[in-house]
Design a protein around this ligand. Structure first.
Ligand SMILES: NC(=O)c1ccc[n+]([C@@H]2O[C@H](COP(=O)([O-])OP(=O)(O)OC[C@H]3O[C@@H](n4cnc5c(N)ncnc54)[C@H](O)[C@@H]3O)[C@@H](O)[C@H]2O)c1
Length: 345
């Protein structure tokens, strides 16, 4: 079958665009970069050269007005996701935005509503959703390996170098947006944990009932948190525990554990499953290890976005579902301000 690739304009040509978005687009025949934009023109030119895009600019209006551009991928500081997304949607361009969709739910809803009114697709780059280990785990959980879900523990204790706060992991862009609440929306929780919260809630089809959080900035000279602990009670009774940090000496990344009355699932490759039940050829009452093929989940997500634009299938991450982790994150920050759990109506 001959594919008609979706013509993409990149908005923001910093670290993630160069490191991940461009290689992912190049890995799928369903999308191609035709234009690039960054307020730092050198970065826009660099990615135009790397992708063969004929047009580069430092003007967002020019990018979204460009007749060749059908969709944009926004890889800019968090506080700019919504204004840039709305700008693109108003020009009838489809939008994929980096995570988080916004820094507040109020802004996120504005973007979702604008894209709905303009009849353009909106997706959020939650790349864990298309990772094959989470897809396989979701399938086994649907088949009943856990019994009744009791909860999960997601622990991610990283140690980010001081240089991260002024230049990310690669130093491609000198900037301080990651250090401030107004531009980043927060620290580890909204910057990194948003992926894990999104993935687990989507996988287990969870809706939060209440959120309690404590966080602090223990060591880093920034406004945003460098250590955070969150407990979420879901409407089905399950209790989710999240613990994350950017200042853990020695770093400690425990795999994500999901618990039920009859089983435990440990995400990763191999996927580990312990179940008391006879399901899907798994040996009951012992640990089963399941090898999962490795995929380029970002390329798969971009392909899914492009195919949905071409009317071939549904979005893996819609704008509305891309808000669900932000709902919890916003409540977590509020919880500490209030000194009590935030309960959803
Ligand atoms: N760096 C990572 O590993 C990583 C991983 C996953 C997701 N992300 C997400 O990607 C997004 C961008 O992060 P990053 O690490 O690439 O940041 P970055 O600072 O390296 O790049 C952001 C780019 O946006 C540009 N920019 C600023 N204002 C702009 C505007 N008005 N219009 C267009 N471009 C503008 C900057 O000049 C910069 O080049 C964030 O949402 C981040 O959470 C980053």
């Amino acid at each position: 079958m001959k594919v008609n690739p979706v013509r993409i304009g990149l908005m923001g040509c910093g670290e993630i665009a160069a490191k991940a978005a461009v290689p992912a687009i190049q890995a799928t025949e369903w999308a191609q970069v035709v234009a690039t934009m960054d307020t730092k023109i050198d970065l826009a030119r660099d990615l135009a050269e790397k992708t063969g895009a004929a047009f580069h600019t430092d003007d967002a209006d020019a990018l979204v007005a460009h007749p060749e551009v059908e969709a944009v991928i926004i890889s800019a500081p968090h506080f700019l996701h919504v204004p840039l997304g709305i700008k693109a949607a108003k020009q009838k361009k489809h939008v994929m935005v980096e995570k988080p969709i916004a820094t507040t739910m109020k802004d996120a809803r504005k973007l979702v509503e604008t894209c709905r009114k303009q009849r353009v697709k909106l997706s959020v780059a939650y790349v864990k959703r298309t990772a094959l280990d989470s897809i396989k785990a979701a399938e086994l959980i649907r088949k009943g390996v856990l019994g009744k879900l009791t909860g999960f523990s997601l622990i991610s204790m990283s140690e980010k170098k001081e240089s991260y706060w002024s230049g990310g992991f690669t130093g491609r862009v000198k900037t301080d947006w990651r250090t401030k609440r107004a531009t980043a929306g927060g620290g580890y929780l909204i910057m990194n944990f948003t992926h894990n919260i999104d993935m687990i809630q989507a996988m287990l089809n969870l809706k939060p009932r209440s959120v309690f959080a404590q966080y602090d900035t223990f060591r880093t000279k920034v406004e945003v948190e460098d250590y955070v602990s969150v407990v979420v009670r879901y409407t089905n009774g399950a209790i989710g525990t999240f613990l994350g940090s950017t200042i853990c000496p020695g770093r400690f990344g425990a795999p994500d554990h999901i618990y039920g009355t009859h089983g435990t699932v440990v995400l990763g490759n191999p996927l580990k499953v312990f179940t008391r039940r006879k399901i899907d050829g798994l040996k009951p009452d012992e640990w089963n290890e399941i090898e999962v093929p490795k995929n380029n989940s970002r390329a798969d997500l971009i392909e899914n976005f492009a195919r949905a634009i071409r009317g071939k299938g549904k979005l893996a991450v819609t704008g509305a579902s891309g808000c669900t982790s932000l709902e919890v994150i916003e409540a977590a920050y509020r919880s500490q301000e209030l000194g009590r759990p935030v309960v959803f109506k």
